[in-house]
Design a protein around this ligand. Structure first.
Ligand code: FAD
Ligand code: SIN
Length: 524
C-alpha cells in the first residue's frame, strides 16, 4: 500500500500529525491493536499550558527545567511551552470538553508546577482527547486509520528491488494480525508516533502495547537514541491484587491528597522535601519506595478523605467509581498505592521539526527524546509534547514536500526460510524474565552491581531472541519481545554509562549530581 505520508501510531502524536497533513496529503495511520489502544486514551490528569492570569511562559519553562534537573534543551522547552496555549485552543475547537469555571478554564495543579496550569476533562482527559482526535480523523477523506497492523521494521535502501545502501526510510513492513501476512507500506515520509516502552517493567501504568517498538525500529535503522536511563516511575499506582496498573492521578495530590505511612499514620513527604506531596515525581516516587522498603510494607496510603465528599466526587468521578467498585470509598478511607513505571523520557533523537537521523523519518511523542523532559518529565508536559511535535513534523513535511522522493519499488517480505514456531513458551518465558529483572535491577534505586547483573541477563536473552527470530515466522508477541529486548539493552547501557545521580536516574554508587548536565547518546 502506498500513501503520501505513513504514520505509525494513532495516539495524540500520530493523529495530530495526520490531521495537520490531511489538508493536502493522503495519510495512512497504522495501529497495532485498536485505534484507541495507546497511552493517550489512559491519560488522567490533563495538559499543561500557561492559561492562568499571573502565570507566564518563563514560569512554565523554569518549572520544566527544574523537574528535568537541568538536562533539558532550553530551546525545545521554550518551543513547546510557547506553543501550548495554541495547542489547547485547537483541541477545544475539535470539541474536547475541557472543564470550565464560568468562562475560564478550570485549571488543576500537579507536582513541580508553581501555578495552576493543567487543563483537564474531569479525571479522564486522555479519553476525551483521543475521542475528539479520532472522530475528526475518521471524518477526513484523506486519512485512513488502519488497526491491527504491527510494524516490524522500517524499510531502507537494502529492501529496495534494486539494492541500495541508502539510509532513507521508505515506509514499514507490518504484520496484519487478521491475515497473519506481512504487508509493505510505503510513503514519501514516515512518522513514528508509537509511544513509550513502559512494558519493559513488571509494574507499569502503561498499556500492554507500550513495548518500545518505535525506539527499537529506529535504532535498527541507524538512528541515535538518547537518555534511556530516565524511566519515570509514577508515585501513585493503585495497589490491588486484581487491578494491576490503575493510575491514581497526581491531581489528587494537587487538590490536597496527602501521603501517609499506613503503619504509623505519619504524613512523611514533608520529611523528604519542602514541597511535600507536590515535589517532582522522582522525589515522591523515591520517598514512597523508601517508606515501603524500610518498613516492609506492601503499599503506602494516599488520603483525600479529609476533603468534602462532593468535592472529591466531582473532581475525580472516574477514580471514585472505579475504586467504589473495588470496595474502597475514597471519600472515607485512604487509597493503597505503590510506585510503578509510567513514562519513557528517553527515545529517538529529534530536532525541532521532528526530524530523526534517517532521511524521510520523523518522530513525535513518547517515542522521542526531543530535549523537553531532561532527566525527569514535569507532569502533564507529555500530551503537550505530542500536540506540538505532531504539528511540527507535519509542517516540515509539507514545507519540504518537493524534496521528498517518491518511494522506489520495494521487495516483499521474505518468509522462505522460516517455519511456524514450535515453542511459544520461549516467548512467554523471555518476556517475564526481562520485566522481572528490569524491575528488580534497573528500577527506582540502582547500583552498578545490579545494572551489571541486568546486563549479563539481557545479553543472553538477546542472542536467544535473535536466534528465535531468524528461524520462526513472526507473530505479534515475537515482534514485541524482539523490541523489548532491544530497548531493555539500551536502558541498561545508558544507566551504566551515567556516573552520577540526576533526576530519575538514582544510583547508590554515584549519589551526587555532576557539575555539568550531559545527555547519554547511543550511536547505533
Ligand atoms: P500513544 O498514545 O501511546 O500511542 C501509541 C500508538 O502507537 C498506538 O496507536 C499503538 O497502537 C501504536 N503502535 C505502537 N507500536 C506499534 C507498532 N509496532 N505497529 C503499529 N502501531 C504501533 N501525560 C500527560 O501529559 N498528562 C496526563 O494526564 C497523563 N496521564 C497518563 C496516565 C497514564 C495511565 C499513562 C500510561 C500515561 C499518562 N500520560 C499523561 C502520558 C501520556 O499519556 C503519553 O505520553 C502520551 O499519550 C503518548 O502519546 P503518543 O501519541 O506518543 O503514544
Ligand atoms: C497523572 O494524572 O498523574 C499523570 C499525569 C502525567 O503523567 O503527566
Amino acid at each position: 500500500m502506498e500513501a503520501d505520508v505513513l504514520i505509525i501510531g494513532s495516539g495524540a502524536a500520530g493523529l495530530t500529525a495526520a490531521l495537520q497533513l490531511a489538508a493536502t496529503r493522503k495519510v495512512v495511520v497504522l495501529a497495532k491493536g485498536s485505534i484507541s489502544d495507546g497511552a493517550t486514551a489512559w491519560a488522567q490528569g490533563g495538559i499543561a499550558a500557561v492559561l492562568e492570569p499571573g502565570d507566564n511562559f518563563a514560569n512554565h519553562i523554569e518549572d520544566t527545567m527544574v523537574a528535568g534537573a537541568g538536562l533539558n534543551n532550553r530551546a525545545t522547552v521554550e518551543f513547546v511551552v510557547e506553543n501550548a496555549p495554541l495547542a489547547i485552543e485547537r483541541l477545544a475547537k475539535l470539541g474536547v470538553p475541557f472543564n470550565l469555571e464560568g468562562n475560564d478554564w478550570h485549571l488543576t495543579r500537579e507536582g513541580g508546577h508553581s501555578h495552576r496550569r493543567i487543563v483537564h476533562v474531569d479525571d479522564a482527559t486522555g479519553w476525551a482527547v483521543q475521542q475528539a482526535l479520532e472522530t475528526a480523523a475518521r471524518a477526513h477523506p484523506n486519512i485512513s486509520l488502519v488497526p491491527d497492523l504491527v510494524a516490524i521494521d522500517l524499510i531502507l535502501g537494502r529492501h529496495q528491488e534494486r539494492f541500495s545502501t541508502s539510509g532513507r526510510i521508505h515506509g514499514v513492513y507490518a504484520l496484519n494480525r487478521k491475515t497473519g501476512r506481512v504487508e509493505t507500506f510505503t510513503a514519501r515520509a514516515t512518522v513514528l508516533a508509537s509511544g513509550g516502552a513502559g512494558r519493559t517493567y513488571l509494574y507499569s501504568t502503561a498499556p500492554r502495547g507500550a513495548t518500545g517498538d518505535g525506539i527499537a525500529m529506529a535504532w535498527r535503522a541507524g538512528c541515535r537514541v538518547s537518555n534511556m536511563e530516565f524511566m519515570q516511575f509514577h508515585p501513585t499506582c493503585l495497589y490491588n491484587l486484581e487491578v494491576k496498573n490503575f493510575l491514581i492521578t497526581e491531581a489528587v495530590r494537587g487538590e490536597g491528597g496527602i501521603l501517609k505511612n499506613p503503619k504509623t499514620g505519619h504524613r512523611y513527604m514533608p520529611d523528604y522535601d519542602d514541597r511535600a506531596e507536590l515535589a517532582p515525581r522522582d522525589i515522591v516516587a523515591r520517598a514512597n519506595d523508601a517508606e515501603i522498603k524500610r518498613d516492609g510494607l506492601d503499599y503506602v496510603h494516599l488520603d483525600i478523605s479529609h476533603k468534602p465528599p462532593e468535592f472529591v466526587k466531582t473532581h475525580f468521578p472516574n477514580i471514585y467509581e472505579k475504586l467504589m467498585g473495588l470496595g474502597i470509598d475514597i471519600t472515607r478511607e485512604p487509597i493503597p498505592v505503590v510506585p510503578a513505571q509510567h513514562y519513557t523520557c528517553g527515545g529517538v533523537i529529534v530536532d525541532l521539526d521532528g526530524r530523526t537521523d534517517a532521511p524521510g523519518l520523523y518522530a513525535a511523542g513518547e517515542v522521542t527524546q526531543s530535549g523537553l523532559h531532561g532527566a525527569n518529565r514535569l507532569a502533564s508536559n507529555s500530551l503537550l509534547e505530542c500536540f506540538v511535535f505532531g504539528d511540527a513534523c507535519a509542517r516540515h513535511i509539507e514545507a519540504n514536500w518537493d524534496r521528498l522522493p517518491p518511494p522506489p519499488p520495494i521487495r516483499s517480505w521474505d518468509e522462505s526460510r522460516v517455519t511456524d514456531s514450535d515453542e511459544e513458551v520461549v516467548i512467554a518465558q523471555c518476556w517475564r524474565e526481562i520485566r522481572q529483572f528490569m524491575w528488580n535491577f534497573v528500577g527506582i534505586v540502582r547500583t552498578t552491581k545490579r545494572l551489571e547483573r541486568a546486563q549479563h541477563r539481557i545479553d543472553l536473552l538477546r542472542s536467544e531472541v535473535e536466534d528465535y527470530y531468524r528461524h520462526f515466522r513472526v507473530t505479534p508477541d515475537l515482534i514485541e519481545l524482539r523490541n523489548l529486548v532491544e530497548v531493555a539493552a539500551l536502558i541498561i547501557r545508558s544507566a551504566l554509562a551515567r556516573h552520577e545521580s540526576r533526576g530519575l536516574h538514582f544510583t547508590l554508587d554515584y549519589p551526587e549530581m555532576a557539575d555539568s548536565a550531559v545527555d547519554t547518546i547511543l550511536l547505533p
